[in-house]
Design a binder for this molecule. Structure first.
Ligand code: HMG
Ligand code: MG
Length: 298
């Protein structure tokens, strides 16, 4: 059955911008975060404390996290792959952090420079230290519906990594179709495998729209009871070096779908669409939200 309320995790300021080759000013990121909050988004992933050599665009994570005009009732979160990242994030008073692993061995190696087993070993002290500081930890699992290097990924592998992260203390596991290759039945099958170990209310869907399947996949997992959805305003994102790669499913499109299904979000779609229009103009990118484009035209 469909959930009554869905919490959106807005990742535009992080996932949406991390691959942007042109520098985006801290000021622009802060305005984006502020506008998203004004539109009613209650959870904003604002920055990533990763190596600036690996991801230069997130190099101002500290400035972003400390510059936010925090609004009550909104969680501002950041990615922290290791202790160094967590220490940086804690210094800024971060409310929540996230560690990120994957169900594919080669993707883990390319993304965070270690094996799956090593990544889990590294996350253990990060989770422990965050919990001691009273900061909840979200866990990402990437490549849940396919890997750019290994192709098909077994649902059992996704379940295994998710279960480990959950047992290590992540309060929620976000299932990432990193390259957007999934289709609805595949998404359902993967979710069912994970749900054998983790309750549905502890799982989130993080779908990219590379093959135009993200909304269909979301519909499929919403039907199964998923009630947390990661998305990025205007569908921001995409790797400039991977041909055809695109961003997360657009937040505006997700909100339109949810409201049409009678599912509450507490998000003001007009303000969200205006935010998507503003940020895409600011960074000179096409608006990849169909709903956003239609709203601004009408
Ligand atoms: P490494 O090179 O193995 O780490 O990288 P290291 O510990 O050997 O450190 C190497 C250098 O990086 C050192 O600097 C460290 O100080 C520095 P040097 O001595 O050479 O000058 N360093 C750091 N600097 C700042 N912050 C830190 C940090 N850690 C080390 N936290 C590491 C390992 C994980 C750091 C690296 O591989 C990395 O930063 N990777 C980033 C990967 C990334 O950000 N990917 C995108 C996010 S994941 C994603 O988008 C998927 C998701 O959206 C879900 C989905 O769609 O599926 C979440
Ligand atoms: Mg992603």
């Amino acid at each position: 059955a469909f959930p009554e309320y869905v919490r959106l995790v807005e990742v535009g300021a992080r996932d949406g911008l991390q691959n942007e080759p042109n520098p985006v000013s801290t000021e622009t990121k802060l305005e984006l975060i502020d506008r998203l909050g004004a539109a009613g988004i209650s959870y904003i992933e604002a920055a990533s404390f990763v190596s600036p050599k690996w991801v230069p665009q997130m190099g101002d994570a500290r400035e972003v996290m400390t510059g936010i005009q925090r609004r009550p009732g909104i969680t501002y979160a950041a990615l922290t792959p290791n202790i160094k990242g967590l220490e940086g994030a804690l210094e800024t008073g971060v409310q929540e952090v996230a560690v990120f692993g994957a169900a594919s061995e080669s993707f883990t190696q390319k993304n965070i420079n270690c094996s799956i087993a090593e990544s889990l070993e590294r996350f253990a002290p990060v989770i422990e230290m965050a919990q001691k500081a009273g900061v909840p930890v979200r866990g990402y699992v990437s490549t849940v519906l396919g890997c750019p290097y290994e192709g098909e990924i077994a649902p059992q592998k996704v379940a295994e990594v998710s279960k480990t992260l959950f047992e290590m203390g992540c309060y929620e596991i976000s299932l990432g179709d990193t390259i957007g290759v999934g289709t609805p039945l595949k998404a359902k099958r993967m979710l069912e495998a994970v749900n054998r170990h983790i309750p549905m209310e502890k799982l989130a869907a993080h779908f990219h729209d590379t093959y135009g399947q993200a909304l269909a996949n979301l519909y499929a997992v919403l039907e199964e009871g998923i009630s947390v959805v990661d998305s990025s305003v205007a569908g921001l994102g995409g790797c400039p070096y991977a041909k055809g790669a695109s961003g997360n499913v657009a937040s505006e499109d997700v909100v339109y779908l949810l409201h049409g299904l009678g599912i509450k979000t507490n998000i003001n779609l007009q303000l969200l669409a205006e935010t998507g229009d503003w940020i895409t103009r600011s960074i000179n990118r096409p608006n990849r939200s169909k709903v956003g484009v239609a709203f601004m035209a009408g």
